[in-house]
Ligand binder design. Structure first.
Ligand SMILES: [Zn+2]
Length: 220
């Protein structure tokens, strides 16, 4: 009913005894009073995935509806956290205002390392993620591209037939336009946006994704 981001869990890819990656764990509880983290945990449990086995949290950006749960998950599982340096600088300065605006306490966490543009080998068996810096919605927004499965996780850069807002602190429409141009050329089978704007929250198939890029590029 209320607002929360889409969370992606990439299972069994990290070395060690905490093999799961969680991308954007979202709100603890939202403006409608819904227990978002508890609901995520329930959904994961249905797939036999435990929060305690999460070894890494990746934040596409630092807005409250994407990373409010970071601190609690770190406390529970000892997970490391990563995001871009640009976004970490933002959240430690004006980004903090977003939390005050929504009457929330910012989560306390220290990133273990920063994600930079390019390929990063995060796990065992050559699990590779391509990090794409895509500022505009937030100054250090990133997208994640998984080349083996052709999955693109976009955070709030792109939605189903829509784009992320640029009127929050640090947002910029022209920058968002350039970021989307950067993504449009990728070979994508599954586009996972930062919020549910269609049933199931995933845009499937090259043709549909191409149409989606064409539609959102008309916004600019
Ligand atoms: Zn956002």
């Amino acid at each position: 009913m209320g607002n929360n981001c889409n969370t992606t869990v990439i299972t069994g890819v990290l070395k060690g005894d905490k093999p799961h990656i969680i991308v954007d764990p979202g709100h603890i509880s939202n403006e409608a009073g819904e227990e978002c983290l508890a609901s995520l945990e329930e959904g994961m449990a249905a797939d036999h995935i435990k929060i305690d086995d999460v070894g890494l949290i990746i934040n596409t950006h630092s807005h409250p509806d994407h990373c409010q749960s970071n601190e609690l998950i770190v406390n529970r599982s000892g997970a490391s956290v990563t995001l871009s340096k640009e976004e970490d600088d933002f959240r430690n300065t004006i980004g903090n205002r977003m939390y005050t605006m929504f009457g929330m306490k910012p989560p306390h966490f220290t990133p273990l390392f920063f994600l930079k543009e390019g390929g990063v080998d995060l796990g065992k068996d050559g699990f590779k993620v391509q990090v794409i810096l895509t500022p505009g919605h937030s100054p250090g927004s990133i997208c994640l591209y998984l080349p083996d499965t052709k999955i693109l996780i976009t955070g709030d850069v792109i939605f189903y037939m829509s784009v992320g807002r640029t009127d929050f602190p640090g947002g910029d429409t022209l920058t968002l336009k350039k970021s989307i141009e950067k993504l449009a050329g990728l070979d994508v089978e599954y586009l996972v946006p930062g919020h549910n704007t269609e049933p199931n929250g995933i845009i499937r198939g090259k043709d549909m994704i191409k149409r989606n890029f064409a539609a959102v590029q008309m916004f600019f």
